[in-house]
Write a protein that binds this ligand. Structure first.
Ligand code: SF4
Length: 308
């Protein structure tokens, strides 16, 4: 079941089964990132307002919660930057009154320098900001921000927010071939990331069709090299094609593992929980079985998959 302002729950690389809550209509954003999978920003803005009706959003989520018991996160996102919605703080507070499901906020980090945004996000359980670089040149090339924004302000916002915020920060670093993957940029990024002190660092690259064709991905080997620079808290969240040819997505594998971890499940259970096709699920189960990550057991003439 979906409502006008929600989607999912969808299997997510970072947030397992995540109910997306759309706070912003297409496509209001403070950035126009070259890697954006939504397409070009049609209204580049930093103006905060009630872009979509707050009470209707809340009612929609309440409805979904009544009928759904497999949501791991309620995730504020949208077809643009969710912190542009001026009632995001109110929505987080209201949701925390009606459910114990953790609330996550995806943000491009651009408004975190604003004290009211910092305050409004304080009740979220996890904030997932993105950062691509530390210089204005990289910022302009990759994120193409509204002119009022400069990268120092964005970084200062992230550092200040870390000081005030008691929840978890999972910082995404989006890497684009030839634009922000040079050693000098990575060294500067590492120093800034140390100041931000996120709980986790998620390394990503362009794996979905980007707004601009010249936004190219890094290879898994390149990302693995960069992962070492950022230390133990860093992990690669981008998914890749398997070398042998067939498409094998790491996030789909993780999603299936998340399902199997909870309890023994049949093939049909996995298909209905992940909305993946039977043949697709079988391909991953076969791989996971061979990698000794799952085992097959039989009970009452039915086959079950369990974690090993
Ligand atoms: S910040 Fe997000 S929504 Fe906005 S342009 Fe960049 S990728 Fe797209």
């Amino acid at each position: 079941m979906e409502t006008k302002y929600t989607y999912g729950p969808v299997p997510s690389r970072r947030l397992r089964f995540s109910l997306g809550i759309d706070l912003i209509p297409f496509k209001n954003c403070s950035f126009d990132c070259i890697y954006c999978q939504l397409g070009k920003t049609t209204n580049k803005t930093i103006k905060r307002k009630e872009y979509l009706p707050t009470e209707e959003i809340l009612k929609g989520v309440e409805e979904i919660l009544k009928n759904n018991d497999r949501i791991d996160y309620l995730t504020f996102s949208g077809s643009g930057e969710p912190t542009l919605h001026s009632k995001i703080g109110y929505l987080i507070t209201e949701l925390k009154k009606i459910t114990e499901i953790p609330v996550a906020v995806l943000t491009n980090s651009s408004l975190l320098f604003m004290p009211d945004v910092q305050e409004e996000l304080s009740n979220a359980d996890v904030v997932l900001p993105t950062l691509c670089g530390t210089t204005q040149e990289i910022f302009n090339k990759i994120n193409r921000p509204i002119p009022d924004l400069n990268i120092e302000k964005v970084i200062r916002g992230l550092v200040d927010f870390r000081q005030l915020y008691k929840g978890r920060i999972w910082l995404e670093i989006m890497l684009i071939k030839g634009l922000n993957d040079e050693q000098m940029n990575l060294d500067k990024l590492r120093m800034v990331v140390e100041k931000i002190a996120p709980d986790r660092i998620h390394l990503n690259t362009v794996v979905r069709p980007p707004s601009e064709k010249y936004a190219l991905p890094l290879s898994i080997e390149e990302l693995q090299r960069i992962e070492k620079i950022f230390g133990d808290n860093a992990e690669i969240i981008a998914s890749f094609k398997a070398k042998r040819g067939s498409v094998y997505l790491l996030d789909t594998e993780r999603t299936i593992l998340e399902v199997v971890k909870r309890r023994p499940v049949t093939l049909d259970d996995i298909c209905s929980l992940t909305s993946l096709h039977r043949n697709e699920v079988l391909k991953y189960l076969d791989q996971l079985h061979r990698a000794k990550k799952v085992k097959l057991t039989e009970h009452d003439n039915r086959n079950y998959y369990e974690i090993l």
